[in-house]
Design a binder for this molecule. Sequence first.
Ligand code: ZN
Ligand code: FE
Ligand code: FE
Ligand code: ZN
Length: 266
Amino acid sequence: MLPPDYHMHTHLCHHAEGVPMDLARQASEMGIREIGVSEHNPMPSDDFDQWRMYRSKLGEYLANLEEARRAFPNVTLRAALEVDYLPGYEEWIRELASMHDWDYFIGSVHYIDGGWDIDNPNRLEEWRARDVYDVWAAYFDRLTAAAASGLFQIIGHADLPKKFCFVPQRDCTSLFTRFLEAAAGSGTAIEINTAGLRKECREMYPSPPFLRLAKAKGIELTFGSDAHRPGEVGMNFPEAIALARSVGYTHSVRFERRQRTRVPLP
Ligand code: ZN
Ligand code: FE
Ligand code: FE
Ligand code: ZN
């Protein structure tokens, strides 16, 4: 038995494959009994960037989820979004939240100041041009604000800046701690995101020392494959559970209409 997979995408974001039905089928075949589809959120204007669902597709997204629920009644399907946190967008995020009875929002930071999406493989020249620690600090400033905002149930891939192996020489513990204290204050969970294993960093998000700190601060946990193809659903979950256990976690959490319940790890 595997825990719920709470982070995955569909074709509606223009850089992933499959519909919720395909994701539910894969989960069903793997013995995963609960998934949450968390498409990249629409922005007020569809020309914000090229890698998210259009505003006009929200209805189709929800209809696709409903169709998957009917086809795979053995899989519980949660309706979610992975929402970009940018300062100044709080009102928009509240508006999104009011558009449906969502089970949860994953708050993610991809953009830091200057409109740079730090995980974009087409923008590696930015990494080479900047001081690596400054980028991490700017990212964690934003992630800390996201955690403090209370707009999200879960914070996504918390140490995303390591993706392309640009890791500062300087110790980042104080950045992690400040973020985790904000998450503890608002009761926001984090996820173990196994997609990092499929990137240059070859490591789940967050790192073991980061996750150990999270456990010490009492932060709750979910699991996410960040699947961008149906075949990635539940990927590397045994390793993710082992990582959670290795730092002392005994439970993960589920969300239904933003209400959290704790469940023992398998
Ligand atoms: Zn994506
Ligand atoms: Fe993301
Ligand atoms: Fe994602
Ligand atoms: Zn993601």
